[in-house]
Design a protein around this ligand. Structure first.
Ligand code: IDC
Length: 550
């Protein structure tokens, strides 16, 4: 009992203490509430946003802080909107090319491109741009151009009726005659994309509240991360498809370099003869199996070169879609492999002048390619199309000495073609200081027969006679612009040299672009299976050379 009493007493005592504490706390809380309301100058929003304020002065400061914060937020929103406007998910760009004539009558070249970064195919597109009344269309390609009521309208032709999600449609262009440079500039600046006759409004511009903004920015960070990861990881290598029987690769297998010659798996001299795509970002549709098969079966070609520009329109290093471009390379390599053709993956530097400019991209790219195609003995790597603009052989050589080991680590003996200075003409300079320590290295020599004659042929023979293996990975029979008149006489002299030294070659270019070097007539929109009458004059000549018809 006495124990119980003691316990009851002590319980009573602790109850009293507890009640005391509760009362004290209640007083403090009431006090605080009074102080808060006495602050008097804060609205609900602030209470929600800020720490509890204890006096008027702090409250005012807090208000200032808040309004600064909300201004900043507004600026953010404005920025987001501005960015959204600057970079919608689908838009048209216009490249202003050469122009000639003088004020009063200027002709200029304009090329339009639709970039579709949305996840939907764009159908029934048109482009509209205000023009001066006196504007005349001199010639045009890959679009229907008309001018009416001060507006130039461009609509699709059969082969570019739609623009797939995540892709670009380019090479729609015209030569226009205007009265001033500023009119040209204005056309270039004011072209707008229309879909179903209505000006295109980007879906990415609809995000207009904080939650959406946050979600979008989070998403894009994740996407950016994924892209980064994808770029740095290499896709697992697929075993190559078995080549069709009786095809060039089936018969000749893995090639190697012996002296200045390419030799086949049996050690016999072998010559690769074929064609090069135009830039795959410009003309993606020609990278298709039927086209490659047409070159194999109808032209007797055994080589297909895939030219991926690095620094021109939609190029790999100047904002082009890397995954998309690599997908096209993949499509071409796989088709060529199944067809038993040899295939060149060409890192098509040109505007970038020196391969050093995008060397880091090149390292990742060739690591990716060579690990993917390490078992594809028909794949040839061309690591820098045409160094130019004063790039020295030492710059090219040191670049090559970084890229070659990356390829070799995956693919110990693939053929690698190294570009040479002056648009791959100076093989004589490379011959004085060749790359050592690796087998199966060849050096690019390019010619355009109307421009490059004895002077460049002499460089070729100098190099060959000093033992340098050279490869004509690009050439044509017109002038160096890829256009202009054909020089059949010079072209024939080049082919004599080609036969004499067993040189391998790829002719520029598989497209129907309205320029002399295109192998397909510009009036022909077929993507394979061309008849002779659908080939350009250059196409007819090259096909005959490859087939051995004189
Ligand atoms: C040309 C294309 C032309 C394109 C231009 C871009 O034929 O349609 O507008 O590139 O700069 C080369 C280059 C090759 C050139 C070609 C003709 O390797 O990219 O293609 N050429 O100028 N070297 C010498 C000539």
């Amino acid at each position: 009992m006495s124990t119980d009493n003691k316990e009851t007493k002590s319980t009573n005592k602790s109850n009293k203490i507890l009640i005391g504490i509760i009362i004290a706390l209640a007083v403090v809380i009431i006090g605080l509430v009074v102080v808060i309301f006495a602050g008097g100058n804060k609205d609900k929003k602030k209470e929600g946003n800020t720490t509890i304020e204890t006096n008027d002065a702090t409250g005012l400061d807090a208000e200032k802080e808040d309004s600064t914060a909300s201004d900043a937020k507004k600026e953010d929103e404005d920025d987001t909107e501005a960015e959204g406007e600057a970079e919608p998910d689908c838009y048209v760009t216009v490249a202003l090319g050469d122009n000639w004539g003088s004020e009063g009558s200027i002709s200029g070249k304009l090329e339009f491109k639709i970039v579709n970064n949305s996840d939907k195919e764009i159908k029934n597109w048109s482009i509209q741009v205000p023009v001066a009344d006196s504007t005349k269309i001199e010639s045009s390609w890959n679009g229907n151009f008309s001018i009416s009521g001060g507006v130039m309208t461009i609509t699709p032709v059969d082969h570019n009726l739609s623009v797939a999600a995540g892709s670009e449609m380019s090479n729609v262009g015209l030569i226009v005659n205007v009265t001033s440079q500023s009119e040209l500039q204005s056309i270039s600046d004011n072209a707008k994309l229309y879909v179903d006759g209505v000006e295109y409004v980007s879906v990415s511009n609809t995000a207009n509240n904080d939650e959406k903004d946050e979600a979008t920015s989070e998403e894009s960070t994740t996407e950016a991360k994924d892209e980064e990861e994808q770029e740095n990881t290499t896709a697992p290598a697929e075993p190559p498809a078995k080549p069709e029987t009786g095809t060039p690769f089936d018969n000749h297998g893995k090639l190697s370099v012996k002296g200045t010659d390419l030799v086949d798996k049996n050690g016999n001299k072998y010559q690769l003869k074929g064609v090069s795509t135009h830039g795959i970002a410009w003309f993606p549709d020609y990278v298709n199996k039927d086209a490659i098969q047409t070159f194999r079966d109808d032209w007797d070609a055994n080589l297909f070169r895939i030219a991926m520009y690095t620094d021109e329109y939609g190029g790999y290093c100047n904002g082009g879609d890397k995954e998309y471009l690599k997908g096209l390379v993949d499509k071409g390599v796989n088709a060529a492999t199944e067809l038993g053709m040899y295939v060149i993956i060409d890192w098509h530097i040109l505007h970038d002048l020196t391969p050093q400019k995008y060397k880091e991209d090149a390292k990742v790219f060739f690591e990716d390619m060579s690990s993917k195609y390490k078992d594809y003995d028909n794949v040839i790597y061309e690591i820098c199309n045409e160094p130019n603009g004063g790039t020295q052989w030492s710059d090219v050589k040191s670049y090559a000495e970084e890229i070659i080991p990356i390829i070799r680590a995956n693919d110990p003996d693939a053929i690698i073609i190294v570009g040479t200075p002056n648009w791959s003409q100076d093989v004589d300079i490379a011959a004085k200081d060749p790359i050592t320590g690796y087998d199966n290295i060849m050096y690019a020599i390019h010619f355009y027969a109307s421009t490059h004659t004895d002077n460049i042929r002499n460089k070729a023979t100098t190099a060959l006679e000093s033992g340098l293996p050279i490869f004509i990975s690009e050439f044509s029979i017109c002038d160096a612009s890829g256009n202009g008149a054909i020089d059949y006489n010079q072209a024939d002299i080049w082919f004599d040299l080609i036969e004499k030294y067993n040189l391998s070659y790829a002719a520029w270019n598989v497209s129907n672009k309205d320029e002399t070097s295109s192998l397909i007539k510009s009036s022909c929109t077929k993507l394979s299976g061309w008849t002779e009458s659908e080939l350009s004059e250059t196409g007819v000549y090259i096909r005959n050379k490859i087939k051995g018809i004189d």
